[in-house]
Ligand binder design. Structure first.
Ligand SMILES: Cc1cc2nc3c(=O)[nH]c(=O)nc-3n(C[C@H](O)[C@H](O)[C@H](O)COP(=O)(O)O)c2cc1C
Length: 274
């Protein structure tokens, strides 16, 4: 099967599909009548779908992405700028949670949305693990605390600079500064040597975080959990992560106990114009 299928009755030979292809594997054929794939295009195509999505006439399909399967974008799909700015500035990291679970379907919805974040070469490298059950989240915190204790015993400079002793002292007093009492933790991971996975995971989590806020949920990045997954065999085993993979992001999820009423101040941006 060829890489692209062009509907001759619909194609207007405007060449837009050839112009947006990031790998430049589509060219107009000799008589400039129709787009065609260059030699070896199948191996080079990254299946980003731009050629299919941009065609104003729905004339082109990729073998793996028939145009009839794609959702049409409504004309008003963009979020008005003022609404989006307030939304982005109004998002907060949540650290006080209600004793209420998020539906699994909603977590699946968030992960589904995160698939649409940009990924290097459209590799879509992020793999997800969800610690869903509350007692599993608690066990995870216990394992992170045990890892912190080990680091303190080893006189690790990181343990000192992050004041892990205080986090442990809090835990002993019944305060969870690691997962903040959130019911769920979502982890994003990939192969250790995958150069594209770390940034792609961060961006995917940013999509997930914003989508979570729009769904009325309370997310918070979980830096301690992320570090512990990558440094503690016990934590890694508990999560069933292979030694070939690394955690590139972790996020707490639940319902916020409190509503924020204002936008905080932030440092002025430091910009150099050249
Ligand atoms: C990579 C990363 C790791 C973070 N880890 C934690 C964490 O372990 N615990 C926590 O309470 N907040 C964590 N945060 C949240 C930051 O503390 C928070 O973004 C910052 O204080 C600004 O607050 P805001 O997100 O409400 O604007 C993390 C944020 C990032 C980006």
């Amino acid at each position: 099967m060829s890489l692209i299928i062009v509907d001759k009755n619909k194609c207007k030979a405007d060449g837009i599909c050839t112009k947006v292809c990031p790998i430049e594997i589509l060219k107009m054929d000799a008589d400039k009548q129709m787009p065609a794939a260059i030699e070896n295009a199948e191996e080079m195509c990254i299946n980003c779908g731009h050629c299919v999505c941009v065609c104003p006439h729905a004339a082109l399909s990729l073998a793996k992405m028939p145009v009839k399967d794609l959702s049409e974008l409504p004309a008003d799909w963009r979020i008005p700028e003022d609404k989006l700015i307030t939304f982005l500035k109004g998002r907060r990291s949540i650290r006080q949670y209600k004793n209420k679970e998020v539906f699994k379907e909603d977590i699946e919805k968030l992960i589904d949305i995160a698939r649409y974040a940009p990924t290097g070469l459209n590799k879509q490298p992020v793999r997800w693990t969800v610690v869903y059950a509350k007692d599993h989240t608690r066990k995870l915190v216990e394992l992170v605390v045990a890892w912190m204790r080990k680091l303190i015993d080893l006189k690790s400079p990181m343990a000192e600079s992050l004041r892990m002793d205080l986090t442990i002292a809090m835990w002993q007093q019944g305060k969870d500064r690691i997962c903040r009492g959130a019911p769920h933790v979502i982890l994003g991971h990939g192969l250790k040597e995958d150069m594209i996975a770390p940034q792609s995971t961060t961006i995917a989590f940013t999509y997930l975080e914003l989508a979570a806020v729009s769904m009325g949920l309370g997310p918070c990045w979980a830096g301690y959990v992320n570090m512990a997954v990558n440094s503690s065999e016990e934590v890694r085993n508990f999560l069933g992560l292979s030694s070939r993979s690394a955690c590139f992001g972790a996020m707490l999820l639940g319902f916020s106990k409190y509503e924020y009423k204002r936008i905080p101040l932030r440092n002025n941006p430091k910009i150099k114009w050249r």
